[in-house]
Ligand binder design. Structure first.
Ligand code: GLU
Length: 545
């Protein structure tokens, strides 16, 4: 029996050869330094910041070099794969404007010439590559049972030695074809292992675009490459896919760093050029004096859905990712205020290697600043969209009073120092609810009665002083003029110097008007608010106060 025939028996159903697959996928015709990279999530149902982080960064590198970023779905671990997981991840990244040049666009469809881009649809390709290894004595069937493996692990733990299948533990490393065939005829189950040519005593040097040169012991583990279900393990799929898809850069989180010796060895075994690796630090969080990885269980802000539900603009999240990923971004942004943040050129050597501290407060600050630069009409539209999903009641009001709402949102907006009270689309309602009678009536949460709140003053103000046609200066001068009549000082300074003579100053009078008309002690420009409310509604509110 030839080795080829043997491989076919070990991998039943095999349709093509490695060479055939190599010929299907042409070299890419791209500029010399173009980066071809990929985002390769597993559809486990939980889309997190790490996904957004990696996919956005990978996309930026591809864009800025006129390269390619593809989306590959890594679903070979069928136990972890969930229903709709693929759709969910595609939707979430697309919501962030992260688009791929190639890849899966749904559970069944792909775009691009290097597909299919869903690993479970590429079974034959992995097997063809495994067959090549078997033919070249670099892979073998392993018949060890779960129990045997478990015993080896226990023994290694007891002896405090390296865990894994290597050296004397690689029981079937030298199995002959005849022995293997006999076991197969006896219906014994097997998987395919890589026959590692490495020695643990040898050192190898790997190059990482972020970390530079890293030294490792050579890999000597006989790793599983094809599992019992015929699907590959992560390591093997990485080799086959990234080779066939002509990927030049592997941008991924550093949980894979320790597997680098395996990956390099696989590429070397096939005689393929190694791709460039760039391992990104995990997102961490400060907790007291310690820094730890963000955790699904403890940190709701790890989930991408958190930002969607809170109505944080996707741009703010992306700006924040850029501030984490490249230490020089903030300085650049400060100097290039008129530019789009996507004009910033990322570089690998500015990527932090020591963990990426995730600070939600900072992100909210960025969000506030970003919203402050938005035009009122855009803020209106995006808030409308947000409320349609999350706050139907407010959505109806925004829709009903469209022009009015835009004017409300425009208060203190198109000015040198725009208002920064709105931190998300989800907080718009909180900041402007008093401008809607429907919400104002039941809103009692924002003020407490103070001694100087004077109903008579308010009645006098609305009946004898307030004039909708006044400009801002006249409006304010009129308030000042009426101050003495009610025992308040027209000037703050005068009040400060003679506190015993007055109940307060013009600032206190404004507070009375503000609280009566908005039930809040802090709002944006009162003059604008009153103008938008109109005399009738002000009167009504004062009467009810
Ligand atoms: N499927 C792997 C993960 O989700 C991809 C890692 C990689 O980008 O190579 O972690």
């Amino acid at each position: 029996m030839t080795k080829k025939e043997y491989a076919k028996i070990l991998l039943p159903g095999l349709k093509h050869t490695k060479e055939e697959y190599e010929n299907i996928y042409p070299e890419r015709n791209l500029p010399e330094n173009a980066i071809v990279t990929r985002f390769a999530p597993s559809p486990t149902g939980f889309v997190h910041m790490g996904h957004l982080f990696t996919s956005f960064v990978a996309n930026r590198f591809a864009r800025q070099t006129n390269g390619i970023c593809l989306l590959r779905i890594e679903d070979t671990d069928t136990k972890r794969t969930v229903e709709n997981g693929i759709q969910q991840i595609i939707k979430d990244v697309n919501d962030y404007g992260i688009v791929f040049d190639e890849g899966a666009i749904s559970e069944t469809e792909n775009i691009g010439e290097y597909g299919p881009y869903i690993q479970s649809h590429r079974k034959d390709q992995y097997q063809a590559f495994a067959a090549y290894l078997i033919e070249n004595d670099l892979a073998y069937p392993c018949f060890m049972t779960e129990e045997e493996l478990e015993n080896i692990r226990k023994k290694q733990e007891e002896q405090k030695i390296r865990i894994g299948i290597y050296g004397e533990y690689a029981k079937y490393r030298n199995i002959t074809m005849e022995e293997a065939l006999e076991k197969i005829n006896n219906n014994e189950k097997y998987i395919i292992r890589f026959k590692s040519p490495g020695k643990f005593e040898n050192r190898i040097i790997a190059e990482d675009a972020v970390r530079g040169k890293i030294e490792f012991p050579e890999n000597d583990l006989d790793l599983v490459i094809i599992k019992q279900d015929g699907l590959p393990t992560y390591h093997f799929a990485h080799l086959v896919d990234d080779h066939l898809m002509k990927v030049t850069h592997i941008i991924r989180t550093d949980e894979w760093l320790s597997s680098l010796p395996i990956h390099i060895q696989l590429f070397d075994s096939f005689g393929y050029k190694r791709p460039i690796y760039a391992h990104l630090s995990p997102l961490t969080k400060k907790e007291g004096n310690t820094v730890r990885k963000l955790s699904k269980r403890k940190d709701p802000e790890l989930a991408v859905s958190y930002y969607h539900e809170a109505g944080i603009p996707t741009e703010a999240v992306k700006i924040y990712i850029l501030t984490i990923i490249n230490s020089n971004f903030e300085e650049w942004l400060e100097k290039n205020k008129d530019k789009n943040f996507l004009d910033f050129e990322l570089s690998f050597d500015k990527v932090s290697t020591s963990g990426s501290l995730f600070d939600l407060e900072k992100l909210m600050n960025i969000s506030k600043n970003f919203i402050s630069t938005m035009q009122a009409s855009e803020l209106y539209e995006r808030t409308l969209k947000y409320t349609e999903e999350f706050d139907k009641c407010f959505y109806e009001l925004l829709k009903k009073y469209k022009d009015y709402s835009i004017k409300v949102l425009n208060i203190e907006r198109e000015v040198a120092r725009p208002r920064k009270d709105i931190e998300s689309f989800g907080s718009v309602k909180r900041e402007i609810s008093y401008m809607y009678d429907e919400l104002f009536t039941n809103d009692n949460t924002y003020y407490e009665q103070k001694e100087f709140y004077d109903k008579e003053l308010l009645t006098y103000y609305i009946n004898n002083v307030y004039d909708e046609n006044d400009d801002k200066d006249t409006w304010f001068n009129k308030i000042k003029e009426m101050c003495p009549k009610f025992g308040f000082a027209s000037e703050t300074k005068e009040y400060k110097n003679n506190k015993e003579k007055y109940k307060g100053s013009v600032a206190h009078v404004c507070e009375i008007i503000r609280v009566a008309t908005t039930k809040r002690t802090m709002t944006p420009d009162l003059y604008e608010i009153l103008k938008l409310l109109g005399k009738e509604r002000i009167k009504e509110r004062i009467e009810k106060f």
